[in-house]
Each structure stands twice: as structure tokens, then as C-alpha cells.
Design a protein around this ligand. Structure first.
Ligand code: AP5
Length: 215
């Protein structure tokens, strides 16, 4: 498998870019989306995960590592994957590299000034039907309150996008991030992009950087 992991703070634009890059043949796997879907359908995983997510904390490594191993077990070896939200810790990164099939080829680091993150997250709206994301100010839907992609009127604020939970998520991110950057720098696969660009310009930069790696 060809695996690129997306690193960066909550709100740095990982999900927005990953969804756009599926058009270039990448499969997008977001652990946050997987957990939210498990919560929505009321599975035991969802029940367990929601107690951590509601507080802005990380779900334990053992649960997340099993979830990814399970997801990847059914994929074909020639899959091109963008992994968004995993790894969040060094043990998660080590678990990927421990298996020959899931070695990480590129770690794409989204860098964004901290001052922008809270506004991006508290202004995010997500379509409950198809998962498309918008921002009330930066990336609004064409018709207010209506999803451009599927026409649904169910554009909601994620329960962990309130200011109090956002601040906790950023604190958790800061604790884990330097270890991950060090891990992928040592492995020689870290690429940093400036995430405070227009979405289209950032997408072009990412595609250019990924082109040298993925054929
Ligand atoms: P997860 O869903 O992964 O959330 P996150 O990492 O906090 O990332 P976000 O989805 O909030 O941000 P993003 O970078 O994707 O930003 P987006 O593109 O939407 O995780 C949620 C929770 O699940 C965690 O807190 C944890 O509890 C648990 N979890 C998940 N994975 C785990 C793991 N591996 N281990 C343990 N726990 C785990 O953009 C944000 C906003 O900005 C949007 O409104 C968007 O429209 C706007 N925007 C995007 N790009 C631009 C741009 N270029 N210019 C202007 N606005 C932009």
C-alpha cells in the first residue's frame, strides 16, 4: 500500500484537503469520521469513544490501533491511502510501521498559526448526510444552510467544535505533536505545507509534493 499520513492541528484543514484529493485517486480514511459513525450507529466502539471525544481527549491507543488494523485488513495491496487523524501518538505511528504492508511513505504536516485554529473550528459546519464540510465565513455553501454536494439542509456544528472543547483538543494536540514530527523527521518522510493558503492553492501544492512520491 502507498500510505500518506496527514498531520496537523485540529482545524488545520486536513479533512478538507483529503476529501478534495480523492479526485486524484486517493482513498481517504479519517479516524474521526469512523468514530463519529460508530457513535451515530450506537456500536460498543462508539459508546466507548464518545466519552473521550466529548471532552476533547484522545481515544486510547489500543482501541485506535485495532480499528486501523481492522480497516486496512480488507484493502488491496495497491491502494493509495490518505490517512487523516491517525497516527496521533508515537505508539500509533510505530504500529503502522511495524507491518510491511502499512509502512508510511509520506507524512504531510499542515502548519497553521494557532490564532486561526479556534475561528476555523468554531465556524465549521458539517453536512450530516454526506460529510461535506464548510465554514460560515471562509468556505460557506453557495446557498446558506444547504449542502452544495447533496442538497441536504442538515448542516450542523460538531459537538466537539464548541470553544471549550476546541481549546482542550488544541492542548492535547500540542502535547503529542512534537514527538510525531520528530518520529517522521528521523524516518526521512516529513513534508511540511503552509495551511493558511486558499484551499485550491493548497491542494495544488499538496498534489505537486505527492506526485514525486506516488505514481
Ligand atoms: P478528528 O475528527 O480527527 O478531528 P481533528 O484532528 O481534531 O481534526 P478536525 O477534523 O477538527 O480538523 P481538520 O484538520 O480536518 O480541519 P477541516 O478540514 O475540517 O478527531 C476528533 C476526535 O476523535 C479527537 O479529538 C479524538 O478524541 C478522536 N480521535 C480521532 N482519531 C484519533 C486517534 N488516532 N487517536 C485517538 N483519538 C482519536 O477544516 C476546519 C475548518 O476550516 C472547516 O470549517 C473548513 O471549512 C475550514 N477550512 C479548511 N481549509 C481552509 C482554508 N484553506 N482556508 C480557510 N478555511 C479552511
Amino acid at each position: 500500500m502507498q500510505i500518506a499520513v496527514l498531520l496537523g492541528a485540529p482545524g488545520s484543514g486536513k479533512g478538507t484537503q483529503a476529501k478534495r484529493l480523492t479526485e486524484a485517486g486517493f482513498k481517504h480514511y479519517s479516524t474521526g469520521d469512523m468514530l463519529r459513525s460508530a457513535i451515530k450507529t450506537g456500536t460498543p466502539l462508539g459508546t466507548k469513544a464518545s466519552t473521550f471525544m466529548d471532552k476533547g481527549e484522545l481515544v486510547p491507543d489500543s482501541i485506535m490501533i485495532d480499528l486501523i488494523a481492522d480497516t486496512f485488513s480488507s484493502l488491496s495491496p495497491d491502494s493509495k491511502i490518505l490517512l487523516d487523524g491517525f497516527p496521533r501518538t508515537v505508539p500509533q505511528a510505530e504500529a503502522l510501521d511495524a507491518k510491511p504492508m502499512t509502512q508510511v511513505g509520506v507524512a504531510l504536516n499542515f502548519e497553521l498559526p494557532e490564532s486561526l485554529l479556534v475561528e476555523r473550528l468554531t465556524g465549521r459546519r458539517t453536512c450530516q448526510e454526506c460529510g461535506a464540510t464548510y465554514h460560515v465565513k471562509f468556505i460557506p455553501p453557495k446557498t446558506p444552510g444547504v449542502c452544495d454536494r447533496c442538497g441536504s439542509k442538515a448542516l450542523i456544528q460538531r459537538s466537539d467544535d464548541t470553544e471549550a472543547v476546541v481549546l482542550k483538543r488544541l492542548e492535547v494536540f500540542k502535547k503529542q505533536n512534537s514527538g510525531l514530527l520528530e518520529y517522521y523527521t528521523k524516518k526521512g518522510v516529513l513534508i511540511t505545507v503552509r495551511a493558511d493558503q486558499e484551499p485550491q492553492a493548497l491542494q495544488a501544492e499538496i498534489l505537486k509534493k505527492l506526485a514525486t512520491w506516488s505514481k
